[in-house]
Design a protein around this ligand. Sequence first.
Ligand code: GLN
Length: 249
Amino acid sequence: MKEIKILYLYPDILELYGDYGNIQVLKYRIESRGYSVIIDTYSIGDDSPDFNSYDIIFAGGGADNEQNILASDLIKYKDNIKNAVENGVFFLLICGAYQLFGKYYKDVDGNIIPGLEIFDYYTEANPDRKNRCIGNIVIEVNLNNFKTNVIGFENHGGQTYNISSPFGKVLFGNGNKFKDSEEGYFENNVIATYLHGPLLSKNPELVDYIIKYCLDRKYNEDISLVSLNDEFENMCRKQLLNRFLNNIT
Ligand code: GLN
């Protein structure tokens, strides 16, 4: 039976806004197709993981304090992680994790948290801790020439600069910075985004993009995923997109 292996980084530290839900949605949509899924976790003090042995590496959001706590541990794996990115392992990075894969994150108190420097972007928190990018957000995303709207929720003080390849175009909400036209960072095997939600629960087509990418890469095939009954997800999406884009409640 085909399988997908997931490594969930710092589940006990980077866990804001139910980002764990992304793992649950991936598991559900992988198993609903008859594939198996293995989910391992890694946090401070655990044995060093072999990043290249996984298909997906996931890390969620965290407050500045949590990012400070884990940064010195994460940076130990800078070369291993860079190698896994270059080898095509899929990385799904939410908010705080997104920030830590760049050059640095300057937190709200002005402390510089060194990033993994895998990507050239960098993030600096707005020094006014009461003024954050908070709220619902919709972005237009292009997944292998399939355009779709991705819905989420953002809550970040961090303002991210020097993005060479954004994840999406902002249709509603802030994005990488206050009132930005771009959100997140995207490569073939990397989605780094500010969208909580959890992200994947509201965007089934995004989940299937990730699943297909992983299966095609692992088994060297062009796999067609069996369609699932997304009636409920699509009802929810229609309602939310009307509310955010057409101001229809
Ligand atoms: N602490 C970071 C910020 O405030 C990330 C927040 C998050 O992960 N939601 O920008």
